[in-house]
Design a protein around this ligand. Sequence first.
Ligand code: BG6
Length: 468
Amino acid sequence: MSAGKGFPEGFFWGGATAANQFEGGWDADGKGPSVIDQLTCSRDFAERFAGVGDYYPSHIGIDFYHRYKEDIALFAEMGFRMFRMSIAWTRIFPNGDELEPNEAGLAFYDDVFDELAKYGIEPLVTISHFEMPQYLVDHYGGWRNRKLIGFFERYATTLFERYQGKVNYWLTFNEINMATFLPQISIGSKAEAGESQEEVMYQALHHQFVASALATKAARAIDPENRIGCMIAYAPVYPLSAKPEDVWSAQRKEEEKLFFSDVHARGYYPPSKLAYFATKGINVTFEQGDEEILAAHTVDFISFSYYASSAASFAQSGVPGEGNALMGEKNPYLAESEWGWQVDPLGLRVALNTFHSRYQLPLMVVENGLGAVDEIVDGEIHDDYRISYLRDHVKAMRDAIVLDGVDLVAYTSWGCIDLVSAGTGEMAKRYGYIHVDRNNDGSGSLDRLKKDSFYWYQKAIASNGEDL
Ligand code: BG6
């Protein structure tokens, strides 16, 4: 793809979702419970993960399980060319370690893919999006256990065989780097007394990297048309000041994130990570053959989520390499959403350039958007704040394509239809072009309503990103 005047012909405009955040039907037709089905709704992470309260938002979600035809028709009306969704592992293998898949689960996704095909919408399927079987946590200790590689490989192979010809674009693990921030739903593993949580996490991640490479191998063997990508939660890290220590802290935090895409795209652990392991005494067991597997089956494209940028100072991060996953210091130059996420469209252009110059692989922005409270006035939702956020981010992507030569092939904004928040379980944190009548306590008719942003996106897509 060469640089031109705007978004390339055939650019994949669309929206993104995840099974556990919108399907509902959490125990329908043989589905087993996943890690996220145990979580309640609260802005307090500890409460949510402890299951305080008796409302479990993933259980009904927004009921896509029963309303997928209506929803896909709305996506088609907006002009979607790509729809990002995930498959619930527990619909296919309810416990995760079975030898045979659950036919009813497979059939559901057949129906969804057939419905998308009716409108010419290309599915982009995440194989694991924070929804591993709870059974694998309870009986195997989650991803720290090497057996999960085999279970995942069987699951992924089942999908590639079943959906051959229906799905060509796959992501293995959603936001694989979120293991540092949300280990409960990402790797399902925790340290026992006397163990280091960091070592357990890196071992679990190593298993995910190997599983991802083996899935990539299987996908290509089953259908050479398959394209496999990784998915990184990305927020560029700016130094809070020009103080060399702040610049250094920002650079180290940046390296921490890019470690994940390095392994997926280059096929080996970067020297900086090996040096970090050595300094910290972290021992990650590589079995014989692992290095070759990682090297042989790297990804075809890089995908990432982008909501906000972050900033780092030496004062806050202290020793380089430590600190939280995404959000750092508050950047005094940026406004923030009600949930404290700092809005920075130029940061998306920075992100695209970072990935492009590092890997020179096609890129997909598979999550982006503004979580905001919407108000219905006389049966309408005038969400200009959302339109303004999206418009500025689309412009930043166009600049990256036209002015910087970035090879961007898809944009699937997050939560194209209102869905349950991954972080808090809330419905009030809405991202959608389509409103869903559902509240934080589970009340509401589940009726769908088009917001002003629905018509804006429809126009943006019809003009291939020109009429914003
Ligand atoms: C990403 C996840 O972290 O951000 C999504 O891949 C999530 O699952 C999205 O929903 C937005 O976060 P939140 O907490 O606002 O839902």
